[in-house]
Design a protein around this ligand. Structure first.
Ligand code: CDP
Length: 225
């Protein structure tokens, strides 16, 4: 089975390009960030944030109660994430989860559970997975590793536009602050920090259109697949 890993900072367009590549190549797209978001939603729903701090021991003791799955929706032709049989695709995208997810993702036991699940998903199908530790930890032998980057301002601009379009009442500054905070926590945590591996192809898409970026990544893949 083949694997393509796409890592990088928040809002660098990883999922957009991963979905496009998956469609073109006939691979299954797996959004690993959605899995960390779903665990964060579970913690919120179960009162595991006390004074806005995650109760680590409490969450770890309930990890066995968390079941995460992806199901393809025939109506919108997209894969949706399910938390304990409930479709939570929309619930996990808001600021309530975004502002807390990096603290949850820094917990080793959470990562171990999700990494095991991610590896299992790649056993029987060709996958393209995006996240922070895909090329470094989940699939160190991936067929391709991409590392996406862009300036924080450009990334915040894109995410702000996306959230506004969904009707979220949020300021540009809040979005920028959230991105910078997550980048900071994700890069400095001791367990599986976000790093650029030596064998990753770096894509800086600050000034690239989606089409240009897709073509650039295809040019690497097509030469070797
Ligand atoms: O799409 P966006 O860049 O906002 O983030 P995401 O991919 O949905 O991931 C949300 C958060 O989950 C990240 O900020 C990380 O804290 C965490 N994450 C992680 O630690 N490892 C991964 N493989 C994927 C996400």
């Amino acid at each position: 089975m083949k694997t393509i890993a796409i890592d990088g900072f928040s809002s660098t367009g990883k999922s957009t390009v991963a979905k496009q590549l998956a469609k073109q190549l006939g691979y299954v797209y797996i959004d690993s960030g959605a899995m960390y978001r779903a665990v964060t939603l579970f913690a919120l729903q179960h009162g595991l944030f006390v004074d806005n701090q995650i109760d680590k021991a409490g969450l770890v003791s309930e990890l066995d109660q968390i079941d995460i799955d992806f199901n393809f929706d025939l109506n919108d032709q997209k894969s949706h994430i399910y938390l304990n049989s409930q479709n939570v695709e929309h619930l996990i995208r808001g600021m309530e989860v975004s502002s807390r997810v990096s603290h949850v993702a820094a917990i080793p036991e959470v990562r171990e559970k999700l990494v095991a699940l991610q590896r299992k998903m790649s056993k029987t199908q060709n996958v393209i997975m995006d996240g922070r530790d895909i090329g470094s930890v989940v699939f160190p032998n991936a067929d391709f590793k991409f590392f996406m980057t862009a300036t924080p301002e450009e990334r915040a601009r894109r995410r702000f536009k996306e959230l506004k379009a969904k009707g979220d009442d949020i300021s540009f500054e809040e979005v920028l602050e959230n991105l910078k905070m997550r980048d900071d926590i994700d890069s400095s945590r001791s367990h599986s920090p976000l790093i650029q591996t030596e064998d990753a192809i770096v894509i800086d898409n600050t000034t690239l259109s989606q089409q240009e970026q897709l073509q650039l990544m295809r040019s690497y893949i097509d030469n070797y697949l």
